[in-house]
Design a protein. Structure first.
Length: 292
């Protein structure tokens, strides 16, 4: 049985969920999106995800044709329609249908659709044993040209880097800034652990301010673990005591090697495991209830 999709105010079978070839989201990547997780009958950090969606839309002058309360209910309705208590939600708002020109003023009504499905980005053994990464030759694009804090539909920069990781036979890769600093991975934020302190790249490098990133920073500080945002290069990654990634789909997952260099003792570290356990516990109890 197929999925039920929310499309412009209606719940429809997935085979009927169609977007016009004249939609500017398709033609130009003109739109914004959020990936959201549901755990144990609750949508995790839904308010924060919607705030980020609204910020991204405002930055590109895209008027979302719904109130936040309406979109909240639409997310919950889509999860209920697919009988999901645990799953992944992809919420997309495009500029809508227009002509073949660039002018967004020719798009009178945005398109809104929501997909809710099951997800397992990495197999369980990766969480137990950790990931191997490579450094991608594709650099994170310069945020002075396009603000990477806007979570837009144009992900070609990330896709080109992801192709490199696939070719290398590893699940993820590090993207550097144009100046050669570590920025983020193709779909995840990155943290190092050095002498009990967490270090993560600052957002002005061109990395996305992840909801999971923020959550993990909160959990670390609650446990007395200092967190610093600072610039660093690959050598610091190679020499770190621990390394881990965060993301909505990936959650929190350890890294055990980068470019063939073993990180720490070659397995997910103590602080990585502590924070992962804390994150999993939090997701089971916090969030917007799907069912009243």
């Amino acid at each position: 049985m197929g999925l039920t999709i929310y499309l412009n105010g209606e719940l429809v079978p997935e085979e009927q969920a169609k977007v016009s070839v004249f939609d500017h989201g398709l033609l130009y990547g003109d739109g914004v999106f959020e990936g959201i997780r549901a755990y144990n009958g609750r949508v995790f950090r839904l308010e924060e995800h919607l705030d980020r969606l609204w910020d991204s839309a405002r930055a590109i002058m895209l008027q979302i044709p719904m109130e936040k309360s309406e979109l909240t209910e639409a997310v919950l309705e889509t999860l209920r329609a697919n009988d999901l208590r645990d799953g992944y939600v992809r919420l997309v708002v495009t500029r809508g249908c227009g002509d073949l020109g660039l002018d967004p003023a020719k798009c009178p009504m945005p398109t809104v659709f929501i997909i809710a499905a099951s997800i397992a980005l990495y197999p369980e053994e990766y969480y137990e044993n950790g990931l191997a990464l490579v450094t991608c030759s594709t650099r994170r694009h310069d945020p002075t040209a396009l603000d990477t804090g806007i979570k837009s539909l144009n992900y070609l920069n990330n896709i080109l880097a992801k192709m490199e990781t696939t070719h290398a036979g590893v699940p993820e890769g590090i993207m550097l800034s144009t100046e050669g600093y570590v920025a983020e991975c193709t779909a995840d934020n990155l943290f190092l652990v050095e002498r009990g302190m967490l270090i993560t790249p600052p957002l002005y490098l061109g990395n996305l301010g992840g909801i999971t990133r923020d959550t993990v920073m909160e959990l670390a500080e609650l446990r007395g673990l200092p967190v610093h945002e600072k610039l660093f290069r690959l050598k610091e990654v190679y020499c770190a005591d621990e390394c881990f990634l965060t993301g909505t789909a990936a959650e929190l997952i350890g890294v055990v090697s980068v470019d063939g260099r073993q990180i720490g003792d070659g397995k997910p570290g103590r602080i990585t495991e502590l924070l992962r356990e804390a994150f999993v516990t939090l997701t089971q109890s916090e969030g917007t209830p799907i069912y009243d």
